[in-house]
Design a protein around this ligand. Sequence first.
Ligand SMILES: [Zn+2]
Length: 244
Amino acid sequence: MITSESGPRRLYLMQVATMIVGPLTLPVPCYLIQTRDGKNILIDSGFPLNFQPLPNTPGLQRIEHGKGVIEQLAMIGVRPSDIDILICTHYDDDHAGNHGAFSNARFVVQRLHHEVASAGHPRFALTRSQWDQPVSRYQFVDGDTQLLPGLDLIETSGHVPGHQAVLVHLPQTGPVLLAIDAVAVQTHFAADRSVGPMDADGAGAIASTRKLLDLAERMHPSLIIFGHDGPQWSALKQLPDFFD
Ligand SMILES: [Zn+2]
């Protein structure tokens, strides 16, 4: 039980786009946490506006853009300038759009990830105009970090270097693990999982999956949300509804 005055109070889920990959339709989610002391913490921010993929992206046929993150936040009365913190799980194009719109936000990212991207890794070049913000606006974290009471960042490299998942402790629901792309679909949540074409380091992806399996064993999350799991996503309540 979290008794802190500053801990998470609500978790909103929003789908901002759909990726068509072969026979699969994959949701592109963002998350908003509201804290007891009135802070708005966004986790990821969807595609950049009107983004279209490069033709050689493995398996991806097309992107259907839905209501964007700013439009969806407006549905619950949250303006871009109301976002206090933007947790950047990683800078892939389906996670790192619209950074410039969040004028008051502190960007929280794994230092390793930001360094790899800043050094010119081609995978993150497409979104550079989004995430390449003044360094003073960043809070760089190194490994597993408690961002505030009831909100933990879990370093899960493998999909990309310095990927981070998020563990949120809600007052009623209990612990919710947002696996993000450390485990994109439920069938990958196994110690002997296969790796996907977008996992930069297969052994790392498996190690991070085992780390999250171990965490789940210890923390018994009420809910584990996978990064792009269509069937799971369609059964979850979404903004304006919320988990509390
Ligand atoms: Zn993704």
